[in-house]
Design a protein around this ligand. Sequence first.
Ligand code: UDX
Length: 474
Amino acid sequence: TVEHSTERPHLVLFPFPAQGHINPLMEFAKRLVPYNLHVTFVVTQSIRERMLEAQKDAAPATSPLTDIRIETISDGLSPDNGEAKDVKMVIGLLREVGGRAFERLIEKLNSQNQRVSCIVYGSLLEWVPHIANKLSIPCAFFWTQSCAVYSIYYHYHNGLGHTAGDEAEKETPISELPLLCQSDLPSFLHPSDVNQFGKQLVLGQFTTISLATWILGNSYDELETSEIKSMVPFIPIRTVGPLLPSAFLDGSNPQDRDVGAHLCKTTNCMDWLNTKEDSTVVYVSFGSIVVLSKDQISEIALGLKASGQSFLWVIRPDHKKEETSGIQDLPEGFLEKTAGRGLVVPWCPQMAVLSHPSVGMFMTHCGWNSTLESLSSGVPVVSVPQWSDQTTNSKYIEDVWKTGIRLNKCREDRLIVREEVEKSIRTVMESEFGGELRKNAMQWKTLAKKAVVKGGSSDKNIEDFAKEVIARNS
Ligand code: UDX
């Protein structure tokens, strides 16, 4: 446990309980520690259990958490409904039970001479500002997606972004953003999307934003200059990213460096990558949530096989099924026929993989973390967006940052077909155009580093934020 004293400002960080939201906020926490602040990271019980499980695999001396105290609150999931996967129910319980537990935790910290100076909350937890307000603690809204998506949702929430009619290619004009077709918007805004709950959830983030003192985003100024500008007349956002382990960017955190080295040494897929030539491996992964159907897995497999390239493919088991689910969905004999050329794993240290010289491209669902990780490691992309912000990230990858191509672009149903898989891999890995995409990606990598090194745009924003919290506390 980390001992906290009263003199130093105390920041409490509370992410939305999902991998893609916890990772960047934890990296933010690590970047705040050098400012002589106390940092407490709040997670739900089920997330804590997963973190402890993951730590078992890490060498104790290299734990990245030695300066950050972890507090756990109930998420309202009892052992009986712990596997409840109805998102609406999980989010409702988190708000009701988790909300009360979070408030009690803050009151406990306040009464134990660990007065909380600021609460940084994952923006999907839109109820946190009410608690902060009630306890007279300033709070910071933490945005885990791109500034483009922040701007789009804000415009829609305020009735500024609607296009009339339902013609699929109608364009949305938002000042400073490229013209966006409906298929480029986050999926929750597509007229064909029946998931009204998703739309309510994402737009709901803006209902309490005016209670927040700071708006922070996991992006960097150089990457989204216009998108950041688009919000200046409304609710400006300050970028503090890319929030990735420093081992892969500026190397500023020695503990991170050790973790990176440790991961690179111990994981079997890293050994396997070491046996491959530079830029010869296709890395395939769809993040921590998306589960592909058997048909889609089969189409990717056959496309990969036909491409003739080596590949490292993360197929996560479906948590609702047995451990080997996903792998079982591969076409018969696929693993045997591609042995040596391909490796299929249930999980990998993604940033270490993307930073490995033998990785030549990334086939990704374009989650925002994966997108930032591809840009920060200079790896070109074949994008296969599935839902949420991924469609918008894919539009930017292809048309704005020019680091990749979209696979299922012309398909309203966003389905994957083997011929397109093969063709897109060949384009990125073998063509002159693929070389240009790689060059562009390398430029974004350089700019990502520039943003986080001492004095860089994101580093400065983090410093300003820390100083403002300190000033308010004194
Ligand atoms: C979700 C949404 O899908 C995404 O669009 C949103 O921006 C954040 O929340 P997720 O689908 O999990 O996230 O994708 P992504 O944002 O890419 O985050 C996945 C994280 O898990 C990345 O940091 C990635 O490096 C990590 N990961 C994934 C691994 O470390 N190993 C793996 O094998 C797969």
